[in-house]
Design a binder for this molecule. Structure first.
Ligand code: GLN
Length: 258
């Protein structure tokens, strides 16, 4: 399976690290040509306005829509979820409109509202670690959109067909559950998923390493080749690190927090 990661701006390196930990290959996507041969695409967190502009300039808007029409899977986290949404509110802005949800940007407030929570999910029995950073609120989900997790009465992880959107950042947590679910969605054909549940996903993908190595976002950014064409918003990187650092302690061990 080939998974593309939109690498324009934001925390795309964190998704790449997560896939690498799961033993899944990825390819950074800057231009429509790089989407060719991809079965799935991840739209990372960051600033949806910057990403949107890039998608429009590079002709990726149409290429991504085409990927979905051809049966490709897409996973949008935070800004990526905003790009996928059918309707973006407060302020309104254009989007791919592929997933029938309405989102309000920065609806929890600015950085002060960035935090890590543990919440219930349909994906596993234990609570899921959810890192929120200037997150959107999913205010409406259309018929046929399944809510996989909620927080404070709002859907925060939703799915429809091969589209998955999270208001939080699973790529910044240690837990591989959400990415594993996305890979399962991407690997499934239209026959029931259970008949070949883990096709294309290495068995090691489902392990949760006890002490996973994790680079900081700044370290990830420093690793980017200068000619990669990637643009990283330093404010976003700082926000991500601040949110992770300030909540690192109480996150471990999760069971004790219940
Ligand atoms: N607030 C950002 C936006 O509106 C999203 C933040 C994020 O991806 N963590 O685009």
């Amino acid at each position: 399976m080939k998974v593309g990661i939109l690498a324009v701006q934001g925390d795309f390196e964190a998704h790449a690290e997560m896939l690498a930990r799961m033993g899944v290959e990825h390819r950074y996507v800057f231009r429509p040509e790089e989407l060719e041969g991809c079965d799935a695409l991840i739209l990372p967190g960051g600033e949806s306005t910057t990403q949107l502009q890039f998608l429009q300039e590079e002709g990726l808007f149409d290429a991504i829509t085409q990927l979905v029409q051809q049966g490709g899977a897409i996973f949008g986290t935070c800004a990526g979820a905003i790009l996928l949404a059918r309707e973006v509110r407060r302020p309104s802005q254009p989007s791919l409109g592929l997933l029938d949800i309405a989102v309000a940007r920065n609806a929890y407030g600015r950085q002060i509202a960035s935090e890590v929570k543990w919440g219930a999910t349909k994906l596993k029995e234990e609570p899921l670690e959810m890192v929120f950073i200037r997150a959107p609120i999913i205010e409406r989900v259309g018929p046929g959109v399944e809510v996989l997790a909620e927080s404070e009465g709002h859907p925060v992880l939703v799915r429809c067909g091969r589209l998955l959107a999270a208001a939080f950042h699973p790529e910044l947590a240690e837990d591989t559950t959400v990415h594993a679910e996305f890979l399962r969605m991407a690997a499934s054909s239209d026959v029931p998923r259970d008949s070949h549940p883990h096709e294309g996903i290495p068995s090691g993908a489902f392990h949760h390493p006890a002490e996973p190595a994790r680079r900081t976002i700044s370290e990830c950014i420093a690793l980017l080749p200068e000619d990669s064409g990637a643009r990283v918003d330093p404010d976003f990187a700082n926000d991500v690190e601040a949110a992770i650092e300030s909540h690192r302690e109480p996150l471990i061990p999760p069971a004790a927090n219940r």
